[in-house]
Design a binder for this molecule. Structure first.
Ligand SMILES: Cc1cc2nc3c(=O)[nH]c(=O)nc-3n(C[C@H](O)[C@H](O)[C@H](O)COP(=O)(O)O)c2cc1C
Length: 215
């Protein structure tokens, strides 16, 4: 592992800024591997892990992706862009793998596994039009893990909503795949310049005790 003093979670949270331009320096392979491991350690509903993360480093792929994201400088300059796609029904194929791993680790007793096998199909079906929203929540949490892990490893990132979904799907090879939706793009690299902290709303406007005040 490249010699990096990893930051604490609090340090990473406070230091993270949305980086708009990156140096051309590549991310060392071992750092990228650690980043990916930390990202997919994220929690998800029923541990279904609906994210399907495509890491784009190839220059031609990056150019195509930039074209689907209004050529934003984060995409054009980052050495790696993480595309957080989600598979809406992929759990049907992966559930048994998830169960096997949790069982191997001794985390899920048989009773819970039996409950899950019964509950997950019904829960997912009942989501109906919300299935995409639920998968996106999981992917956003994984993307947040990525952005904080990146910071902790001396990298910078930018969470991004600014792209055209059909264009991004085409770039990752999912053009006509209705099972795939795009949740977020996250370019990662070594920041050329780091924006200043833009501040947050005063707590009184966004955090409340017990109930919302009359709106
Ligand atoms: C879900 C999400 C989507 C965002 N999309 C974009 C984007 O497309 N382009 C961009 O330049 N910044 C984007 N941002 C960055 C925000 O503008 C930024 O987080 C905010 O201004 C606060 O700045 P900070 O992240 O540096 O603290 C996005 C942030 C989030 C959380």
């Amino acid at each position: 592992m490249s010699a990096i003093a990893e930051l604490t979670v609090a340090e990473a949270i406070l230091k993270r800024r949305s980086c708009k331009r990156f140096k051309p320096d590549p991310i060392p392979r071992d750092v990228l591997d650690r980043l990916i491991d930390l990202t997919i350690h994220a929690p998800s509903s029923f541990n279904l892990q609906p994210w399907r993360i495509v890491v784009i480093q190839n220059p031609a792929q990056k150019e195509a992706l930039a074209n689907a994201a209004w050529k934003q400088s984060q995409i054009t300059t980052a050495p790696a862009v993480f595309v957080f796609a989600v598979s809406l029904n992929g759990w049907e194929k992966t559930l048994e793998t998830t169960i096997a791993e949790a069982t191997r680790l001794g985390a899920w007793p048989e009773k819970f596994v039996n409950f899950l096998r019964g509950a997950v199909p019904g829960f997912q079906k009942a989501l109906a039009s919300k299935v995409r929203e639920y998968a996106a929540k999981d992917a956003l949490i994984a993307a947040t893990h990525l952005s904080l892990a990146a910071e902790s490893l001396g990298l910078n990132s930018c969470l991004m909503n600014g792209w055209d979904e059909a264009g991004v799907k085409e770039v990752i090879g999912a053009k006509d795949n209705d099972d795939i939706a795009i949740s977020l793009l996250v370019p990662v690299g070594y920041g050329l310049d780091i924006p200043q902290f833009s501040g947050r709303l005063p707590r009184e406007l966004t955090v409340f005790s017990e109930k919302l005040p009359p709106q």
